[in-house]
Design a binder for this molecule. Structure first.
Ligand SMILES: NC(=O)c1ccc[n+]([C@@H]2O[C@H](COP(=O)([O-])OP(=O)(O)OC[C@H]3O[C@@H](n4cnc5c(N)ncnc54)[C@H](OP(=O)(O)O)[C@@H]3O)[C@@H](O)[C@H]2O)c1
Length: 320
């Protein structure tokens, strides 16, 4: 197989492309041939040596997600056969043209999605769905505040929330991107204004925090009674000061979450819930993944840099 590798920790200098032996599926695994793979902020933290790789995952091949066609099945695999198109989560090793994945952690790609758009789905949409719907309990008529709404997870969250019938206020830093996020179904404001607007509407039932500490005091101030702040993104070392009396009086919750570190059973159950609740919206075109840019594999180091560059709309992919 052809894959991206990190030769130690550092900057672009540690990024290389190598040929390795093709993966052999374990008993409950499928091997997926990919054409495109998503690049995520966690890959860059891993390159810098600031994001530990879960045990069992390839330690030097980045990539948290997979989408493509099954080319091999382990002896206990019962749901898929060679030729099926699947997408889902992996603990690592996703930036490769062949990826081994747990059967339970992948789900079928709807025919309506081509390989390109399918590759933009798993990490962003499963993270967004888990945060706002599963953990936040977002329901029809609720109000959602999304901070950092123009990236992969943010654009997924806005679309999922619209599909479930929620009212969405989104904070987007780039003025040029605000009309584009507005088209997805949100009222879009600058980061300094969104929380105050939500407060004037009666407060947020769910706040999706994708940026981190700078927003937390305003998030709490804008939280509705019994609302939940879900912290999905924060910079290493982020610290916030909050009024615990305000948290108590709102009977609010602050929840921190990660996907990658969860045990396979939990990730598998989440992927199957995602298949039932959200994939039908992808199949009907009600929600659609946004791809900001696709890089050639030879330019993968630039793709990592691009993920950190402000002004993207949606996901960054690499052609594997
Ligand atoms: N916990 C988990 O399991 C999990 C899973 C997936 C992702 N994440 C995390 O969630 C975050 C979002 O992921 P993503 O894939 O959507 O990343 P992304 O595509 O790079 O999007 C990041 C978004 O945050 C905005 N942003 C960044 N810094 C900002 C700041 N200082 N003020 C205001 N807005 C800012 C960006 O706007 P600009 O374009 O203006 O920079 C962009 O809209 C990342 O921190 C990622 O590591 C966590």
């Amino acid at each position: 197989m052809r894959c991206v590798v990190f030769n130690g920790a550092g900057g672009s200098d540690v990024v290389a492309i190598e040929e390795r032996p093709d993966p052999v599926p374990g008993k409950h695994e499928v091997v997926v041939a990919t054409r495109f793979a998503g690049v995520n902020p966690a890959d860059i933290l891993q390159r810098e040596g600031r994001h530990p790789v879960p045990s069992g995952a390839p330690s030097d091949i980045p990539g948290l997600e997979v989408a493509g066609t099954v080319v091999g099945c382990g002896e206990a695999v019962s749901d898929y056969k060679v030729g099926d198109r699947v997408f889902g989560l992996v603990g690592g090793g996703g930036l490769s043209n062949f990826v081994a994945a747990q059967e339970r952690e992948v789900v079928r790609i709807p025919d309506a999605l081509d390989d390109w758009h399918a590759a933009a789905v798993p990490e962003a949409f499963i993270t967004a769905f888990d945060a706002i719907c599963v953990q936040g309990g977002l329901a029809s008529g609720d109000t959602l505040l999304v901070n950092g709404a123009s990236g992969g997870v943010g654009t997924a969250a806005v679309q999922i929330a619209r599909a479930v019938g929620a009212r969405i206020v989104a904070a987007v830093r780039s003025e040029a991107l605000r009309p584009k996020v507005e088209q997805l179904g949100a009222t879009v404001l600058a980061p300094g204004e969104a929380a105050a607007h939500v407060k004037s509407l009666g407060g947020a039932d769910v706040v999706l925090e994708l940026v981190g500490a700078p927003h937390m005091a305003a998030n709490l101030d804008a939280l509705a009674r019994r609302g939940t702040i879900i912290v999905v993104g924060a910079k290493p070392g982020d610290e916030a000061t909050l009024s615990l009396r305000d948290l108590m009086s709102r009977r609010g919750r602050i929840v921190g979450t990660t996907l990658r570190t969860r045990p396979p059973e939990e990730k598998g159950a989440l992927a199957q819930l995602f298949a039932r609740r959200i994939v039908p919206y992808l199949a009907s075109g009600t929600i659609a993944p946004l791809v900001d840019r696709v890089f050639d594999l030879a330019d993968v180091a630039d793709a990592f840099d691009h993920v950190r560059t402000p002004g993207k709309l949606g996901k960054v992919l690499v052609a594997t």
